[in-house]
Design a binder for this molecule. Structure first.
Ligand code: GAL
Ligand code: MG
Length: 974
């Protein structure tokens, strides 16, 4: 038995114990003047919390997780399942425990002051000792814990601070979020001092009418408050007044004792500049606590945003406006440091989100780093702030296990107490995937009483009934609900709450099909208001390939453009030797682990476009402002006219002065030339000046309209030129190393795999068909080949007619799929080229990757990219690099030789250096070996991507049906 009272309590196995001697959470920012204890601490990793300390210390960097700092306790990824078998609240005996120690010099100037330790976050149980004496306990891995050390330290002297962090506890069962398991101290540690008379909390309420109310909670560490104290405040230099009415009521209230100090400051700001995500106007508030003689005992600084949030009927309103929620779920994540994120890293995340049209963040699934909220206030995001509660694996048991009641309420309450003053926070969330029990109602009750200014949501409660008034969710916030179901609800006449999906459009691998269909429905349907894409990050951890160790902080710079440097890779579940794991399900974000945008972000940017255009009776275009609060003055525009058979013309665009919701007809900026074929007009919208999140000239959106359709191409046969095929009827061509063949398969995407399609395709043998020639007929200048593709699931007859035409070869193809092959990946041609063709130039959608159901953000035009930049390096290799709506292309060597292809109509095309089978054969991007030549797919039909790895598949209209498919293309030598 240990003699240490904290260890003797075994708090890691006591859900009722949420803390001991922890100070109440508050919203007073103590960073200024604090001593930062970041850096290397002495460190020991024990096998269990009560194991004896060893003689030898190593070191560990704080803030940081030890799982990424060269210990033998490595990261582990499991989604729902707990990483141990014990039932709540039990934990395994094998329980890594980090002991962090360091000497701290307490400033002599702090004599007589109240001295407080703040530990930013520790997972999952924190025990604090000062010079061997117990100082406190805390749980809740994603919120700070403060302890009053005044009695335990001596200013001017050296003190040994020990933080013991136990990895597995009863609390782990309610921190079962879908992410890596780590251990450590993940946010900064501070030591600060205040006067014994201090501001214990400050609550700011700032309304859009300019009304400001600041409630101050004053305490004296010595006990009863001294007489005569008062508070003062100023907002951007304008004084606030102490609310005399409030003081009088308190003075007359016999329940208010001499220990309870409360004061209220007020002002009304005339012509207030309100806060919203588009124009996040902030004011600076300083609150001072004075002693009777007027001297300042304490100061607290805040940034204030004046705004209202309310639910009116089935609309969530910000400042009276039904704003669309273009949200993303975001974890605190970094590929080198795990859950530790710096201000700079957070800023980069949010800047990127702004640039791609997001205006909302759900802090999945716990209160994020405090800096996130400062940045969201500043840059403009609506935040759904989520409590650190997810009991996924044992949700049903825990939701009604009274031993966990306190933890639920504690976690929700501490989040609210910390974040209540942020204008960005518009909704409180009670947690994630924890079933629905009385604990949730208890937490909701506390939150609603404490903060009546914001709605509460909880998916687990909303699940019981989107319109049910009695459940603890003011918002119908399902996850992955099929669009049809949302539409049906909105049109049922029974909807009573805003419908904003807390998670939708799962971004695993090559995904996010049908996002445009979702947004078309949301924008057109009252009652639908948006949602939060799952999720921001691919949580790949940078790992050395040779020894399997995480690169940790030393890996800075060893990645770029979405890929790890040679010798490294992005690790996902299973890569650290775990036997039980959930694989690449951890890589489901809209950015790569190094924050490189995935193609879906361009799609999202366009769907969120603040300016839209539509063609107007061939005379002009109608331009509209799709924002909620802003005019168009912050934007600049340039017209681009792309002609299929001509140059791209540009002209400066004068954007009309439109208020939100307004439209204006503007004349066509160009006279359309008679020739040039298909014509597209794009409005290239950029920032007119520097925005806090984008320098001047940053692309905001690229709305586009078609001005003229393509006219049919007439081809002249050249019968005197022979067509060369081998005895199997395969085309022989100097630029091709593999002749055009029928292709029905793609390297399964994560959606294909988890949605069951890939398995079906393998069962049908589409990945390994046998080609059997039926007939080869040679006519002058023409060869007709009929072949059967024999697959286990059915036989596909394929006819290929190659005709010599003036410009080269015309390839006309027809494939007939039997009814048994009702949903295949693609129907099209695949061929391979000689090495050396390095540049792909095309007229079609681009420049980034697009697929039939993710093609709203890739404008039609002339695009060019090196072949090696066409491929998207999804962590688990899969179908990638496709471009939708391609009309024609050239593939050329640096000396301009190569080939040119013209398609009968816009088609899905991909040019990569990998066969589908190459991609399907490996598990990580670094294992791919590019082929010397190009692999070119031209698809008559290509299956949409959907989101079936978690949620709905693509729509029927994006499937490849059975039956007859016809397509044709010409091949010309450059
Ligand atoms: C949701 C869950 C998320 C994540 C996602 C799948 O059910 O809330 O945490 O697991 O599915 O990636
Ligand atoms: Mg979960």
């Amino acid at each position: 038995m240990t003699s240490d009272p904290l260890l003797a309590l075994r708090p890691w196995h006591a859900p009722e114990v949420t803390s001991w001697r922890r100070l109440p959470m508050n919203a007073v920012d103590r960073r200024a003047g604090a001593v930062r204890l970041d850096g290397d601490w002495r460190f020991q990793l024990l096998p269990a919390p009560d194991a004896p300390l060893g003689e030898v210390w190593s070191s560990s960097y704080v803030p940081g997780v030890w799982t990424l700092q060269d210990t033998d306790d490595l990261p582990r990824y499991l989604n729902v399942r707990m990483p141990f078998a014990e039932f709540p609240p039990d934990v395994p005996a094998d329980n890594p425990t980090g002991v962090y120690e360091r000497d701290v010099e307490v400033p002599a100037a702090w004599a007589g002051r109240r001295i407080v330790l703040q530990v930013g976050a520790a997972e999952s149980v924190l025990l604090v000792h000062v010079d061997g004496r117990p100082a406190g306990i805390s749980k809740d891995s994603h919120l700070a814990a403060e302890f009053d050390l005044t009695e335990l330290v001596r200013p001017g002297e050296r003190t040994v601070l020990r933080l013991t962090v136990v990895k597995w506890s009863d609390a782990s069962h309610i921190e079962d979020q879908d992410q890596w398991w780590h251990g450590g101290i993940t946010r900064p540690v501070l030591l600060y001092a205040t006067d014994p008379l201090h501001l214990a909390d400050v609550t700011v309420r700032a309304r859009r009418d300019g009304d400001l109310r600041v409630d101050c909670r004053v305490r004296d560490a010595a006990g009863a408050l001294p007489g005569g104290w008062y508070v003062s405040g100023e907002l951007d230099g304008h004084p606030l007044t102490q609310d005399a009415e409030f003081d009088r009521a308190n003075a007359e209230d016999e329940r208010v004792s001499a220990f309870l100090g409360e004061a209220r400051l007020r002002t009304t700001v005339p012509d207030v500049r309100t806060w919203n995500a588009e124009t996040p106007e902030l004011y600076g508030l300083t609150v001072r606590l004075h002693r009777a003689d007027g001297t300042v005992a304490d100061t607290s600084r805040h940034r204030v945003g004046f705004r209202d949030v309310e639910i009116s009927g089935r609309d969530l309103l910000v400042n009276g406006e039904r704003v669309f929620i273009r949200g993303v779920n975001r974890h605190d994540f970094h590929p080198l440091t795990g859950r530790t994120v710096s201000h700079a890293v957070l800023r980069a995340d949010l800047v990127l989100l702004k640039r791609f049209g997001f205006n909302a963040i759900r802090t999945a699934h716990y209160p994020n780093d405090p800096a996130l909220y400062d940045l969201a206030d500043e840059l403009g995001f609506y935040v759904v702030d989520e409590a650190d509660i997810e009991s996924h694996d044992h949700a049903h048991e825990i939701a009604d296990d009274p031993r966990y009641l306190a933890a639920f309420v504690d976690r929700a309450a501490r989040m609210v107490l910390r974040d209540k003053n942020h204008p960005c926070v518009i909704v409180w969330s009670l947690g994630n995937e924890s079933d629905y029990g009385a604990h949730h109602d208890a937490a909701a009750g506390w939150v609603r009483r404490h903060d009546p200014t914001r709605p509460v949501q909880y998916e687990g409660a909303a699940r019981l009934g989107w319109a049910d008034p009695d459940v603890a969710s003011d918002i119908a916030c399902p996850m992955y609900a099929p669009l049809q179901e949302c539409l049906a609800h909105a049109m049922s006449g029974t909807q009573t709450k805003p419908l904003i999906q807390c998670e939708y459009s799962h971004a695993m691998g090559n995904s996010n099909g049908t996002l445009a269909d979702h947004w078309a429905a949301i924008e057109a349907t009252p009652g639908l208001q948006g949602g939060f894409i799952w999720e921001f990050w691919d949580h790949g951890i940078l790992q050395r390939v040779n020894d399997g160790r995480p690169a940790g902080r030393g890996g800075a710079g060893l990645y770029g453009n979405g890929v790890a440097a040679p010798g490294y890779r992005w690790a996902y579940g299973g890569d650290f030797g775990e036997t039980d794991h959930d694989g690449a399900f951890i890589a489901d974000g809209v950015v790569f682990p190094d924050r490189t945008p995935k193609p879906v972000l361009y799609e999202h940017r366009e769907l969120a476009a603040p300016v839209r255009i539509a063609s107007f009776r061939h005379e002009g275009v109608v331009l509209s402002n799709h924002q909620h609060f802003r005019g168009l003055d912050w934007l600049a525009g340039e017209w681009e006219l792309s002609l299929a058979d001509g140059p791209t013309l540009t002209a400066l665009a004068e954007l009309p002065d439109l208020r939100p919701g307004e439209t204006a007809a503007v004349p066509l900026p160009f006279t359309l030339p008679e020739d040039g074929g298909e014509a597209w007009l794009t409005l290239r919208v950029t920032t007119a000046g520097d925005e806090p999140w984008a320098p001047r000239g940053t692309v905001v959106c690229l709305p586009q309209v078609r001005l003229r359709a393509a006219s049919p191409v007439v081809r002249t046969p050249a019968a005197n030129r022979p067509v060369d095929v081998d005895e199997d009827g395969l085309l022989v061509h100097p630029l091709l190393t593999a002749a055009p063949a029928l292709s029905l398969w793609r390297a399964p995407t994560d959606n294909d795999e988890l949605g069951g399609m890939a398995g079906r395709w393998r069962d049908w043998g589409l990945d390994r068909p046998t080609r059997k020639v039926v007939s080869v007929r040679r006519d002058p200048g023409r060869v007709t080949v009929v072949a059967d593709l024999l697959c286990a699931g059915g036989t596909v007859r394929h006819e290929q007619v190659v005709t010599a035409v003036e410009e080269g070869l015309l390839v006309e193809e027809c494939a007939e799929l039997p009814e048994t092959l009702y949903d295949v990946a693609r129907v099209g041609s695949v061929f391979e080229t000689v090495p050396g063709l390095t540049l792909w130039e095309w007229f079609g959608q681009g420049p980034w990757e697009s697929y039939p159901d993710r093609a709203a953000g890739a404008p039609v035009g002339h695009h060019a990219l090196p072949v090696d930049e066409l491929f998207t390096p999804y962590l688990r290799p899969q179908e990638s690099g496709g471009r939708h709506g391609v009309r024609r292309f050239t593939l050329s060597a640096p000396d301009a030789t190569g080939l040119a292809v013209r398609l009968d109509r816009p088609r899905q095309v991909s040019v990569t250096r990998h066969r589908a089978a190459d991609l399907a054969a490996v598990t990580h991007h670094d294992e791919l070996v590019p082929r010397p030549g190009c692999v070119v797919h031209i698809d008559a039909a290509h299956r949409g991507l959907g989101t079936a790895s978690c949620g709905p598949d693509t729509f029927a209209s994006y499937l490849v049906p059975a039956g007859v498919h016809r397509w044709s293309w010409t091949l010309r030598v450059l």
